[in-house]
Write a protein that binds this ligand. Structure first.
Ligand code: RTP
Length: 142
């Protein structure tokens, strides 16, 4: 098991519902280290880049519209097995299949309003961190 970084994002519904603090708190309490935090309204082009691998999916236009409906909060969390364990903290993509105790299992019902995003591989995490944090990068602390 190695130390990794993962990109976690509170989606517009999570921000509007006041879940940012709750989501940060769950990662902090689990023991992950916050090394990047940014609120932004990224715009259509940036969101299309983030979800480029889903471009051919029928739900893609609706996904971009949803993601563009308000600001998001992007975070980079660092720690052991951060990518896989990060996704287990979020729960299954479809909240109806998310276990209670996960973020989606506690706060969501619809796949199209599933509150949060988490990188699915170490490689994609690095791509997403570069895409969202770019030149400014993330913070180093002990
Ligand atoms: P995410 O990137 O948001 O963490 O989600 P994921 O990897 O678990 O799932 P993915 O298949 O990459 O889907 C990205 C987001 O698209 C929306 N979605 N809608 N059938 C549908 O209507 C549908 N399927 C997926 C969800 O918001 C999902 O998180």
């Amino acid at each position: 098991m190695s130390t990794e970084q993962t990109y976690i994002m509170v989606k517009p519904d999570g921000v509007q519902r006041g879940l940012v603090g709750e989501i940060i708190s769950r990662f902090e309490k689990r023991g992950y280290k916050l090394v990047g935090l940014k609120m932004c309204a990224p715009g259509q082009e940036h969101l299309e880049n983030h979800y480029a691998d889903l471009k051919e999916k029928s739900f893609f236009p609706g996904l971009i519209k949803y993601m563009n409906s308000g600001p998001v909060v992007g975070m980079v969390w660092e720690g052991l097995d951060a990518v896989k364990t990060g996704r287990s903290i979020l729960g299954a993509t479809n909240p109806l299949q998310s276990a209670p105790g996960t973020i989606r299992g506690d706060f969501a019902l619809a796949v199209g309003r599933n509150v949060c995003h988490g990188s699915d591989t170490v490689e994609n995490a690095q791509k997403e961190i570069n895409l969202w944090f770019g030149k400014e990068g993330v913070t180093k602390w002990a």
